[in-house]
Design a protein around this ligand. Structure first.
Ligand SMILES: Cc1cc2nc3c(=O)[nH]c(=O)nc-3n(C[C@H](O)[C@H](O)[C@H](O)COP(=O)(O)OP(=O)(O)OC[C@H]3O[C@@H](n4cnc5c(N)ncnc54)[C@H](O)[C@@H]3O)c2cc1C
Length: 254
């Protein structure tokens, strides 16, 4: 069985600093692996451990060396980086590139994250599935594999739903799946010897036209800081409650 996992390197959500002058993140903002993608890698590794004969291949569009190394150190067998001057484009460009690579690899199963913590469109998984014309199961929080059939637990607004699918299929992971393992020292050493491929879109038969974005990005804005608010000090508790209620009512918050 071949399992592909789509992973994206994103600005570290715990270290993001915004530069108002640039209208963008401070250059050199630390990078991290998109959280949901680590859950997807963990699911792929557990499936490999269950079935025995399997290969886990991780792929990323854009610069993602640390992310791919981390996945290899977790236990993935092979990494593929797809880079090019016109990447990233919009999410459909990313999906087009990934779909071209996946057509070449023909995996039995594809795991992706539900969405990223930076652009966060949640488009790429569904777009890849549509381009490959394979089933998509989103919001996956649990799975079981038996006799060639995957039983998937999905989180939905009011509860959980179970679906069955026979691979090939694309599954989008949420963080209620098994906790991603930390790379061990041995895993980090082994990662250095694992195959790592670097491709350009042209290697996948893609032309500049295929990489032309349809959606263009505007500037990045952050909300103005909230007003200072009102502090009630040295007030009798009953009065404080009345004042608080009046304050909230004035603003039509209750
Ligand atoms: C410098 C820069 C310029 C950009 N300009 C534009 C622009 O002009 N217009 C525009 O629309 N967008 C633009 N983007 C956004 C960029 O195209 C998206 O970040 C990208 O397409 C993925 O979309 P997403 O982050 O919303 O992924 P989502 O759809 O939220 O991701 C879902 C899942 O898909 C997989 N995935 C997503 N991205 C990748 C990837 N790169 N490699 C492998 N797997 C992936 C992961 O498993 C992820 O969890 C720009 C981004 C950058 C960094």
């Amino acid at each position: 069985m071949k399992i592909a996992v789509l992973v994206k390197q994103v600005p570290d959500p715990n270290a993001i600093r915004y530069d108002r002058r640039l209208g963008d993140l401070v250059p050199g903002t630390p990078q991290a692996t998109n959280e949901y993608d680590l859950y997807a890698v963990e699911a792929a590794l557990r499936l490999k451990e269950q079935v025995g004969e399997a290969e886990v291949v991780v792929a990323s569009v854009g610069t993602a060396r640390e992310t791919l190394n981390r996945c290899l150190a977790m236990g993935a067998d092979r990494a593929v980086a797809i880079e090019g001057p016109s990447l990233p484009g919009d999410s459909l460009v990313t999906a087009t590139v990934l779909a071209a690579w996946l057509r070449r690899e023909a995996p039995d199963l594809i795991w992706a994250g539900q969405e990223t913590s930076d652009a966060g469109t949640g488009n790429v998984g569904p777009q890849v599935a549509a381009l490959l014309d394979i089933p998509l199961v989103s919001n996956v929080v649990g799975w079981e594999y038996q006799d060639g059939i995957l039983t998937l637990e999905r989180e939905i607004e009011d509860g959980h739903q179970f679906q069955q699918v026979r691979p090939p299929a694309l599954l989008c992971a949420l963080s209620a799946l098994d906790e991603p393992r930390l790379p061990t020292l041995r895993g980090i050493m082994e990662a250095r010897r694992k195959p790592s491929e670097r491709l350009a879109p042209a290697d996948l038969g893609l032309s500049d036209d295929d990489l032309a974005p349809v959606v263009s990005w505007g500037g990045l804005f952050v909300e103005e800081e909230a007003a200072a608010g009102v502090v009630l000090q040295d007030v009798d508790p009953d009065q404080a409650v009345e004042q608080l209620i009046a304050f909230l009512q004035e603003r039509r918050l209750i």
